[in-house]
Ligand binder design. Structure first.
Ligand code: ATP
Ligand code: MG
Length: 570
């Protein structure tokens, strides 16, 4: 490829809307352009990277016996009504009507679609197991599309679905996909970690996320400092903290003027914060939810969603609090009408004694509150967010925190979709049984962005070789110098004929411009040829990642030597 013909419009300025490195660099280096919020065009270099990631995905999926197909983007509402998800998917689902007013959506995921296909064609246990996948654009009208390809509204996903006779079969399929995912992200050059995950709106139970480690990641993970336990903080379960037994005193109402936060209250009353109950109030589709955790703990919203079996949580408004007979800053579990309001209390709080909590009226708190005596919650559960230094739920170690980008997730669905959608097979005895399913997603476009997050410097992107758009760029310093051009063209043609993914920067530009673009775009190897190098019959080879520079003699072996240098880097 000749750079003079390459459509890779680079920008010198950092685009104002781009906050993180991958968003900035993919725009600046001419890999993509924005069409609308969260909707992008992949320009030729970006598309080459995407196709390379897809090729790795295909090889690893095919290796596990999965078969590629392509389902429609536009899906009829009926199949989603059948599974029960049409009404619960919410605003993220992009809905549309045809000219006859029939309802459709743009696929955010394809469990319904694939299950309705398989249920019509699979009859017998002899046809199982099956694993089918596609690579396709998905549509999710995200509440906050941001960070470019990280959280977009139209994005490329690889989604696979496995169908097995029973749980044992599902385990085998799940393990195969888990291994394939580890291979895929390794081959893409990512530093990643599989973690235990919550299964969210997709449902089922038993799930892992593959997290590319990066400070800019939206997800937070914990991992143990001594065993191999790792989980999304949303999911990380916590053991009960055994509290010391104390004689329960009688509760007492006290004035706490201008004490709106738990820290204010405890310092005013001169109480340790572990002796207080902190409240967080949410509005949900089932009404107001008041959550209570120990004063120094935080609420884990995903655990609250699962505990209360609700779909969405928003911070409750002052009006909602007043309707629930409480007031912001002074919320407490005592005297709340649990027929109207859910009172969700963390398991640790129930173990504690002689506590301080809000009295549900402005300027007052209770002290010496004893949960088992003084109030009755609607739910007692583990709703606490894990913190750095907490004990590992599996061993005696302590957990550490890190940030990650979720590049993939695998789920055991069991019969969550096959039952409502009636996807059954006949077993060896002719008995109809529901098919056991799993589903497995990779964010292909997000993976490209994650690689840029992990590999960049002040000059631009540093592509891992496996997904770099091209491997070598040959840069003649002056296209008007006949000898320089002859030598550069000669090397370019020889590399191309040897099957190397090579470019020649034949633009009539100053060398500084070409070097800047080469660094910004992030080709792994740059080969510079000019009168100075030719005086020694050589070229200058620079490795993008290590910055290492070496001279290459332009003799009969030079192509082979370059190929060897390329083989050594990753
Ligand atoms: P998130 O929690 O980040 O919203 P998700 O858990 O809803 O993602 P899945 O349903 O598990 O996403 O989809 C499979 C994969 O698709 C994810 O692991 C992620 O890599 C990718 N993905 C999901 N949503 C987006 C998005 N809005 N933009 C880009 N990639 C996405
Ligand atoms: Mg996910």
């Amino acid at each position: 490829m000749r750079v003079s013909k390459l459509y890779a419009p680079t920008l010198r300025e950092v685009p104002a809307e781009a906050e993180i490195a991958s968003h900035q660099l993919l725009l600046r280096a001419g890999f993509m352009r924005k069409a609308s919020g969260g909707i992008y065009t992949y320009l030729p270099l970006g598309w080459r990277v995407i196709r390379k990631i897809e090729a790795i995905v295909r090889e690893e999926m095919d290796d596990k016996g999965a078969q590629e197909l392509l389902m429609p983007i536009v899906q009829p509402a009926e199949i989603w009504q059948e599974s029960g998800r049409w009404d619960v998917y919410g605003a993220e689902m992009w809905r549309l009507k045809d000219r006859h007013s029939r309802a459709f959506c743009l696929g955010p995921t394809h469990e319904e679609m694939i299950t309705t296909i398989v249920r019509n064609d699979v009859r017998s246990y002899r046809q199982l197991p099956i694993n089918l996948y596609q690579i396709q654009d998905k549509f999710r009208d995200e509440r906050r599309p941001r960070f470019g390809l990280m959280r977009s509204r139209e994005f490329i996903m690889k989604d696979a679905y496995s169908f097995d006779k029973d749980e044992a079969g599902l385990e085998v399929s799940y393990k195969g996909m888990y291994e394939a995912y580890a291979n895929i992200f390794k081959r893409c050059g990512l530093v990643f970690r599989p973690v235990e995950a919550d299964s969210g709106a997709i449902g089922g139970s038993g799930s892992h996320e593959f997290m590319a480690l990066a400070e800019s990641g939206e997800a937070e993970i914990v991992f143990c400092d001594s065993c191999d336990y790792a989980a999304n903080t949303e999911k990380a379960e916590l053991h009960l903290i055994k509290a010391e037994t104390e004689t329960a005193l009688d509760k007492e109402e006290v004035v706490t003027p201008d004490c709106k936060t738990i820290v204010d209250v405890c310092s005013y009353l001169k109480l340790p914060i572990e002796k207080s109950i902190k409240a967080v109030a949410y509005q949900s589709e089932k009404g107001l939810i008041l959550c209570f955790v120990r004063g120094d703990h935080e609420v884990n919203e995903v655990k609250v969603l699962n505990t209360c079996d609700v779909l969405e949580l928003e911070m409750a408004s002052e009006t909602a609090l007043i309707e629930g007979n409480t007031v912001g800053g002074y919320m407490g579990p005592i005297g709340i009408d649990t027929n109207k309001v859910m009172v969700v209390v963390d398991q640790n709080v129930m173990e504690m004694s002689n506590l301080c909590c809000g009295a549900n009226k402005e300027g007052y708190h209770f002290i010496n509150v004893n949960p088992n005596k003084d109030f009755t919650p609607t739910h007692v559960a583990d709703i606490r967010l894990i913190q750095e230094g907490d004990p590992c739920p599996h061993c005696n170690g302590k957990v550490e925190k890190a940030r990650g980008i979720e590049v993939g997730q695998v789920f055991k669905l069991f019969t969550k979709y096959s039952e409502p959608l009636k996807a059954t097979y006949l077993d060896e005895n002719g008995k109809a049984k529901p098919i056991f399913m799993g589903c497995y997603g990779i964010g292909v476009s997000r993976t490209m962005a994650a690689a840029v997050e992990q590999y960049n410097d002040k000059d631009g992107i540093i592509w891992p070789k496996s997904i770099a758009p091209y491997h070598i760029v040959v840069v003649p310093v002056n296209v008007k110098d006949v000898e320089t051009m002859e030598a550069a063209e000669d090397l370019y043609i020889k590399l191309k004929n040897a099957g190397v993914q090579v470019l020649i920067d034949d633009r009539d530009e100053r060398p500084g411009v070409k070097f800047k673009d080469a660094d910004l775009i992030g080709y792994p190897v740059r080969v510079v040829i000019g009168p100075k190098t030719l005086a020694e019959n050589s070229a200058e080879v620079k490795m993008r990642k290590s910055g290492e520079v070496q001279m290459l003699t332009l003799d009969g072996d030079c192509v082979q030597k370059l190929i060897e240098m390329l083989e050594k880097i990753d």
